[in-house]
Design a protein around this ligand. Structure first.
Ligand code: COA
Ligand code: AMP
Length: 631
């Protein structure tokens, strides 16, 4: 059997041959002759002359191969107390009907469609229906508020929006239609129509001629066939947080995405067609795109769409119940979910109620997996707990322990080693590789592999300046870390203004933009401080305009409400402190990093370039030790 080292060396020796070989597992309308197009380097595209359809590979081909009766999707919804199983044949019917609805209403290849849906099978149906007719979907996470949705509508300029009437968050029913209407009203771009799935928990009021009923339209729709698309045509845009309030529209092309995800299912996760794969994330995030929808379906697995939380729906045993009931072979979740379970059930009492013998492994990603949490899961589950590291931009793991190739030694705190496709170097400020064990910026040698972003939507210059400029010849990940003597990576921190709250990637810059709009706020900073449950939590520090005589407490409360209203509850912006002045360097740069260290009680030095040390002393008196840093 080939080892990880063999396979990685194999890729290094001839990357194009490696991916051309992986591409043979995809059904092409026209197989690619060109594997990697470098004519426009550093912009590169994989399989540009292939002709294909992602929906065909995720759905139709399994039915054609005789597996139409196999379950494709299990919807397990403790919040509605229901379970639904959808076979591949049924999925094909549902997807081609919705594709038919969209085609009949004028959606064509290349048109954009925004999807705003909770964790229901129709979210996957919507994505696949777009893929079927070559439309480019952009799913927006339900926890974002109307403003964030509007920003995405204006950037993607969709012809249609597919939505559900409500989401259900634990005990709360959240009507989506008011958010949707609010976003459309705010956006400069107006879609032609919406298609709304009515859920009984909160039906939406539909406006005739603009809002159409999903179920009624699907019932009378013609089945649309798969539209052939080019390998480098876009499958989707997924917005992710950057440094500013304008999110980055990560683009995913059809061919490279299929080839890469299909490769990962066996080689990284060690699952085969027919196995049950469960990514307990949300379709609004990249994990949901890659491993709730496309990856498992491309590989012919059964995917679990879970509409619930790790705790409270109804208890800390829910994950274990789902694993037993549906015979889940691989669970993929964020460390924060395990921390939530561990906090409620430290001795894992609930585990005794369930048979987890079918579970092969547990994969973690989305944020740093702290050794405490890994140790807890390892102790009670007695299965490999695999940390792996990736980003919205890459779409699949940069570093992992590839269980389908071989199980490498697990080093808690490390997501293990680079996957084929990724040469990962740790660089100093001058762009030179540092010695093993030294901290530096983590960069990936170009070209990026299939599946990783080829560009940002309508923002090629931003793509180049955000990712390719700092270290010529490399993609800058925005993460800092270490590589040890065995080549294992350790991901330590972001090098930019992105924070990670409960596995959700958020921009402190975007929150600062919102706070600056408060009429009494003169200046502000948002920092990510340690949080024992969520990994990080935002903390707002605001200075008021001269002469403001309103209560500080009142203003801080309004700031909290403003971020919730503008960005959404997912920002989890709950703490805001009014201060006299922000500590800055003499050149005017706010000392965010120093404030984080003070809050988290980690060692820090007084920066030599500080303008007025008294400002830092004053803040230290307010925030010292309020963070709860993880091990
Ligand atoms: N629609 C609407 N609101 C949403 C939402 C959605 N899809 N997702 C989250 N929210 C809301 C929550 O209801 C909460 O609102 P509140 O302030 O009124 O309580 C807020 O956004 C923050 O949500 P969250 O960070 O998820 O916190 P929580 O306290 O509800 O739950 C955990 C904490 C740890 C249980 C939860 O974060 C979790 O399960 N995390 C797993 C992380 C994950 O899947 N990450 C994806 C990347 S792999
Ligand atoms: P997202 O784009 O939302 O997937 O967030 C990507 C970022 O989350 C990465 O750049 C890291 O900062 C962080 N991240 C993801 N997975 C891990 C991991 N396994 N260990 C440490 N950080 C991680």
């Amino acid at each position: 059997m080939a080892t990880y080292a063999d396979i990685y060396a194999n890729w290094q020796a001839d990357p194009e041959a490696f991916w051309a070989n992986a591409a043979t597992d995809i059904n092409w309308i026209k197989a690619p002759d060109v594997i990697l197009d470098t004519a426009n380097a550093p912009m590169t595209t994989w399989f540009p002359d292939a002709v294909c359809n992602t929906c065909y590979n995720a759905v139709d081909r399994h039915v054609a191969a005789g597996r139409g009766d196999q379950t494709a999707i299990i919807h397990d919804s403790p919040v509605t107390d229901s379970q639904t199983k959808i076979t591949y044949a049924d999925l094909l019917d549902r997807v081609s009907r919705i594709a038919g609805v969209l085609a009949a209403k004028g959606i064509e290849k290349g048109d954009r469609v925004v999807i705003y849906m909770p964790m229901i099978p129709e979210a996957l149906v919507a994505m696949l229906a777009c893929a079927r007719i070559g439309a480019v979907h952009s799913v927006v996470f339900g926890g974002f508020a109307a403003h964030e949705l509007a920003v995405r509508i204006d950037d993607a300029t969709p012809k249609a929006i597919l939505a559900a009437s409500c989401g259900i968050e634990g005990q709360k029913v959240i009507p989506y239609k008011p958010l949707l209407d609010g976003a459309i009203a705010r956006a400069d771009h107006k879609p032609d129509f919406t298609l709304v799935l009515q859920r009984p928990q909160a039906e939406a009021e539909l406006v005739g001629g603009f809002d159409f009923d999903w179920t009624a339209e699907a019932a009378i729709a013609a089945h649309a066939p798969c539209t052939p698309v080019g390998g480098a045509d876009s499958l989707y845009i997924l917005y992710t947080s950057g440094t500013t309030g304008q999110p980055k529209g990560v683009v995913r092309h059809n061919a490279g995405h299929m080839v890469a995800l299909n490769w990962t299912m066996k080689n990284i996760y060690n699952v085969d067609a027919g196995d049950v794969f469960w990514a307990a994330s949300d379709v609004g995030w990249v994990v949901g795109h890659s491993y709730i929808c496309y990856g498992p379906l491309l590989a012919g697995c059964t995917t679990v769409v879970f509409e619930g939380k790790p705790i409270g729906t109804p208890d800390a045993g829910t994950f274990w119940r789902v694993i037993e009931e549906h015979d889940v072979k691989v669970l993929f979740t964020a460390p924060t979910a395990l921390r939530a379970i561990k906090r409620e059930d430290p001795n894992a009492e609930y585990l005794h109620n369930y048979d987890l013998s079918g579970l092969q492994s547990l994969f973690l990603a989305g944020e740093r997996a702290d050794p405490d949490t890994i140790g807890w899961a390892q102790k009670y589950l007695q299965k490999p707990i695999i940390d792996h590291w990736w980003q919205t931009e890459t779409g699949w793991a940069i570093a992992a322990n590839p269980l389908g190739i071989e199980e490498l030694a697990i080093k808690p705190g490390s997501p293990a080693v680079p996957m084929p496709g990724y040469q990962v170097d740790i660089l100093d400020e001058g762009g030179n590789p540092v010695a093993a064990g030294e901290l530096g910026a983590i960069a990936i040698k170009l070209p990026l592999p299939p599946g990783a972003l080829p560009t940002l939507w309508n923002a090629e210059d931003r793509y180049k300046s955000a990712y390719l400029q700092t270290f010529p010849g490399y993609y800058e990940t925005g993460d800092a870390g270490i590589k040890d003597d065995d080549g294992y990576l350790y991901i330590m921190a972001r090098t930019d203004d992105v924070i990670n709250v409960a596995g959700h990637r958020l921009s402190t810059g975007a929150m600062e933009e919102v706070l600056s709009n408060h009429p009494d706020v003169a200046e502000c900073a948002v920092i990510g401080i340690g949080d024992a449950l969520k990994g990080q939590a935002p903390l707002g520090l605001v200075c008021l305009n001269n002469g403001t005589d309103r209560s500080e407490e009142e203003i801080a409360k309004e700031c909290v409400a403003l971020v919730r209203q503008e960005i959404g509850p997912v920002a989890a912006f709950k703490r805001c402190i009014v201060i006299d002045a922000l500590p800055k360097t003499r050149s005017g740069k706010v000392l965010r990093g120093t404030m984080v260290s003070i809050a988290d009680s980690t060692p820090w030095n007084l920066p030599a370039t500080i303008d007025d040390p008294a400002t830092l002393d004053a803040i230290a008196a307010r925030i010292a030790g309020i963070g709860e840093t993880l091990s």
